[in-house]
Design a protein around this ligand. Sequence first.
Ligand code: HEC
Ligand code: HEC
Ligand code: HEC
Ligand code: HEC
Length: 252
Amino acid sequence: MASVRKYSAKGDTVNSLIRHTLLATAAVFAVLTVSPAMADDEFMFEGRKKCYNCHKAQGKSWAKTKHGKAMESLKPGKAKKAKLKAKLDPEKDYTEDKDCVGCHVDGFEQEGGYLIDDPDKWLTGVGCESCHGAGSGYRKLHRKAGEKFEKSQKTTPRKKLLARGEEFEFIEKCNACHLNYEGSGWEGTKKPYTPFTPEVDEKYAFDFEKYVRNDKAMHQHFKLIGTFTGDPTPKFHEEFQKAAKPLPKDEE
Ligand code: HEC
Ligand code: HEC
Ligand code: HEC
Ligand code: HEC
């Protein structure tokens, strides 16, 4: 998808900046923190099983959302009315159709991502990595930073997560699926397009500010203890954290 390349390019700049700074300060440090695989910005999809290990609450909540059930909609007999309206065949099985699957799974045909010939249940549906970014670079830092915070209350800047492929703006990720149709006004459009456009029904008009607060599709938010700090933080971060639930007792 075009947007992915855009993201790689952005990551590249950040990575090379960091690489240069590190090289300038201490070569040894650079070797320790930025391995060649990471410097190369091609972060891999790993599947949400990894995320579930540490974020069960978000995982459980996500599974009940529309994104969690996105593959279901491609099955015959599901979402019949919507399919008819979009001139699709409600009795057809679209679960292996390459014109459909790409936006209903994680990392379609990207490194480590979903493949029609080798479907992985941990990549099925619009999962964690579709929004938060391919996880191979940043999830290890989550563990390390979590351990550090627990031991010494020392926080880690979010900037480090950004350099390892974690997403904080979200909007371009959303756009790549929600605004991928001709005339949407989004620059990255590329076939196959979504059949569900405002022309089919007004309700498919994507409005980020509204959609990101829609709890039928977005997982519930749980209180963070503050391991990561500083920019980039989305402007709704405070709002979501203020209304967030405490983590269930057994998951603290
Ligand atoms: C990989 C593609 C993909 C990405 C990325 C994505 N979505 Fe979705 N989204 C979908 C699909 C597919 C559905 C429909 C799921 C279904 O009903 O089968 C959907 C449904 C939704 C809905 C439900 C709409 C309704 O009518 O009830 C909302 C809200 C939503 N997405 C918001 C977002 C936001 C906000 C983002 C970015 C933070 C985002 N999505 C990122 C593919 C994506
Ligand atoms: C470019 C990304 C993209 C492609 C390709 C795509 N979809 Fe989706 N699909 C979406 C998004 C985004 C939504 C959610 C739209 C919304 O609710 O605002 C969605 C929603 C749906 C829904 C639920 C609609 C509803 O109102 O309940 C069905 C069913 C569906 N898609 C089937 C398909 C089928 C079948 C194909 C292939 C012919 C396909 N999609 C191809 C992005 C895509
Ligand atoms: C459709 C996009 C989307 C998907 C899919 C998604 N998230 Fe999120 N997630 C968000 C947004 C938006 C936030 C709010 C970010 C903020 O407040 O800074 C968030 C916040 C979080 C947080 C911070 C604490 C909280 O609850 O707000 C965690 C942890 C998290 N997500 C984990 C996950 C995991 C694990 C999955 C997969 C099971 C997942 N997310 C799937 C969009 C998504
Ligand atoms: C080994 C455990 C572990 C794994 C695996 C893990 N995380 Fe985390 N994650 C953490 C910890 C610890 C925090 C900090 C939580 C806090 O401050 O309350 C965190 C924080 C987050 C946040 C909030 C970051 C912020 O802005 O403060 C998001 C979003 C998130 N994780 C998503 C994910 C996703 C998506 C995956 C899978 C690709 C993942 N995590 C894998 C341990 C993990």
